[in-house]
Structures are given as structure tokens and as C-alpha cells.
Write a protein that binds this ligand. Structure first.
Ligand code: TXA
Ligand code: MG
Length: 326
């Protein structure tokens, strides 16, 4: 009942709900978003309440085109134009100075707004049908693993949420968030679109000021423990082997394992093992579903083999680190 096929009729109904300041979850190429009319404070309040999201964590506003993005920006930096041209529609969010039309609740009081044109036909159809910018954080309870399938949304937020079902998301982890509002270009949240790809367009990046002492945080949301399954997650840099983990595993608990190659842990322990892809795009597509499946299977602990170094893996490394944070 809460999942709707993306037929023209259902998209029109969903657009009407959004114009009526109600919530609709919809697919994007990264993860499912929980959408609301970005220009209406009460509609946006519903997002915060439904997610249990702290009010200091600002939201991403989704639009159908670069022109629509420019409407919400007080000033459209040259680097925004270059990056939008290179990567929109796509898994890139640009933080730019905001106009007063953007309600303060969207940006949690910051002078900037985060904007994105998603590369998903259903998201774009919905944006065009609704003709309003859509605030849409990932459609999960705050702190949980983001939803990469429609069913994940209802598992996380319940049956009352309307979800347009677009099947599994192609990218699988959230967009790269890039701040172009200041002097230098800084990555606030790594993603599948890597810092190297961004540097090729705008030149060398500067550090985000999040960790610097005495400097205001630039991306309030990125300090939270985030993207975490219910089970404890342990991240290991070496191949997982039974001998090394025996003390952890001897307790008789059911354990999840996400290695890069098959292990022999299952011979001795109660293990659910899922070998993860060797290629970053495929790994990103699978990781959130894998963590959720292990939670559903009732494992107490998930052993994850860390992924390779290098720019192509930085978004995935970031999410694994956060999932393992307690
Ligand atoms: O892929 C995605 O980005 C997904 C899909 C649905 O588009 N959305 C998503 O939204 O991940 P959310 O709300 O879960 O993450 C938004 C991130 C947070 O880290 C937040 O702190 C940051 O964007 N952000 C939003 N507005 C900002 C602003 N004005 N300045 C700095 N960071 C901002
Ligand atoms: Mg989120």
C-alpha cells in the first residue's frame, strides 16, 4: 500500500501531495529521498519530525535544472557553474549563498543552501510535475543507514509514508557535498564523485573547516555518528581470518562478515558472509543493502574488511568509518 509504481498517474498524485505540503519519498540515483516543498516551512518541519533529525542539520534542496538552482542562489559562483556543467544531473550537491526565498529551516540558520539536480528519471519527472524545489534528505530515521531500495524506506519510516518505487538505486551512497560558497572549493561529504574528479574541473581543493579549532563548522550534519546499522560494526584493514578473530567470535553470537574474498570463518562460527565487489561503483551500490540485510538477520556484530585507498573509494571509506563509530 505505501509503495507506488512510478506511473504517470502516481507521479501526478505525488506531485499534488507535495504541492499540498505533504511528504513523498522518491528515488534518486544515490539513495531514496524524503521530499517536501522546500519553500514551505511547515512542510519542511514535517521532514525533521518524521526523521527525528536534529534541527541544526541542514537539508539538500533538489531542483530540475541549473536555471532552477540559480533561482535559489543569492550569487552563483563561477565554480558552481563549472561543476554543475560537468556533473549535473548527478551525485553532486553544491553549497552556495542562499536567497531569502529559501526558508531558514532548510539551511539550519546558515547563509548558504545545498542544491542538487538528481540524475534519476522519476525524480526529474516529479520535480517537473510539482514545479517546486524539493527538500529531500535521505528517507531514513536520523543516524540510520540510508535507503537504497523502496522497501528500506518503509522499514525505516513506517507504512504511512508515500514512496514512489523506482527499484534499487544505481549509485547506492549519498551525493558528494561540495562547498563553493567561499574562497576555496571544499568537500564537505565525500561520495562516489571523487575529489580527483572535482579537482580536474576547479583545480586544487581546500580543507573543509569542520575540524579546525575556532572555525565555524561548515557542514553540521557530517559530524554526527551516521549511516550505522543496529549491529556493532568492526572495520579491519587486513583480510579477515578466523584465528585473528577467534576471541571475538567465540561468544556464540551470530556474526556478519563483509570481506573482499571468501573466508573460512563459517566452518567454525555462526557466520553470514557476503563477499563484497572489488570495484568501487559496485561496492557502493551494495553496501547499504548488505548492512541492512545483516541487521534483518539479527547479527550482533559485523566484521567489515576495509576497502582500498585511493580517490575512487573515498566516499565508501567515509561511510564505513562512520558506521563503525560508536
Ligand atoms: O545523495 C544525497 O545527497 C541524498 C539524496 C536524497 O539526494 N540526500 C542526502 O541528504 O543525503 P541528507 O540530508 O541526508 O544529507 C545532507 C548533507 C548533510 O551532511 C548536511 O550537513 C549537508 O548536506 N548540508 C546541507 N545543507 C548544507 C549547507 N547549507 N552547508 C553545509 N552543509 C550542508
Ligand atoms: Mg542522511
Amino acid at each position: 500500500m505505501p509503495l507506488f509504481d512510478p506511473t504517470p498517474t502516481n507521479i501526478a498524485l505525488a506531485a499534488a501531495r507535495l504541492k499540498d505540503d505533504k511528504l513523498v519519498a522518491f528515488p534518486t540515483e544515490t539513495v531514496y529521498g524524503l521530499g517536501a516543498n522546500a519553500l514551505n516551512t511547515e512542510a519542511v518541519e514535517r521532514i525533521y519530525t518524521t526523521k527525528g533529525r536534529p534541527s541544526y542539520n541542514p537539508l539538500i534542496v533538489h531542483v530540475a535544472s541549473v536555471e532552477d538552482a540559480q533561482q535559489l542562489a543569492a550569487h552563483w559562483p563561477e565554480n558552481a557553474q563549472k561543476l554543475a556543467q560537468a556533473f549535473w544531473p548527478g551525485p553532486l550537491t553544491l553549497v552556495v549563498p542562499k536567497t531569502s526565498e529559501v526558508p531558514d529551516i532548510i539551511s539550519a540558520g546558515l547563509e548558504t543552501v545545498a542544491l542538487r539536480v538528481p540524475a534519476h528519471p522519476i525524480a526529474l519527472e516529479l520535480l517537473r510535475a510539482a514545479q517546486i524545489p524539493l527538500a529531500a534528505p535521505s528517507a531514513n530515521r536520523s543516524g540510520e543507514v540510508s535507503p537504497s531500495r523502496a522497501e528500506h524506506v518503509t522499514q525505516s519510516l513506517g507504512d504511512d509514508i508515500w514512496v514512489l518505487d523506482g527499484g534499487p538505486c544505481e549509485v547506492g551512497i549519498e551525493s558528494t557535498v561540495v562547498d563553493v560558497s567561499g574562497d576555496g572549493v571544499a568537500i564537505l561529504r565525500p561520495g562516489i564523485l571523487s575529489s580527483r574528479q572535482i579537482e580536474r574541473v576547479v583545480g586544487p581543493l581546500v580543507e573543509a573547516s569542520d575540524d579546525a579549532e575556532g572555525v565555524p563548522r561548515r557542514s553540521p550534519g557530517t559530524l554526527e555518528k551516521h549511516y550505522a546499522p543496529r549491529a556493532l560494526v568492526h572495520l579491519y584493514s587486513t583480510i579477515i581470518d578466523a584465528a585473528f578473530h577467534a576471541p571475538l567470535l567465540a561468544s556464540g553470537q551470530k556474526i556478519g562478515v563483509l570481506p573482499s574474498e571468501p573466508t573460512t570463518l563459517g566452518r567454525q562460527f555462526d557466520v553470514i558472509e557476503r563477499v563484497m565487489p572489488a570495484e568501487p561503483a559496485a561496492y557502493a551500490r551494495e553496501i547499504y543493502g548488505a548492512l541492512r540485510d545483516l541487521d534483518d538477520a539479527g547479527v550482533a556484530l559485523i566484521l567489515v574488511e576495509d576497502v582500498p585507498g585511493g580517490s575512487a573509494w573515498e566516499g565508501i571509506r567515509d561511510r564505513l568509518k562512520r558506521a563503525a563509530k560508536r
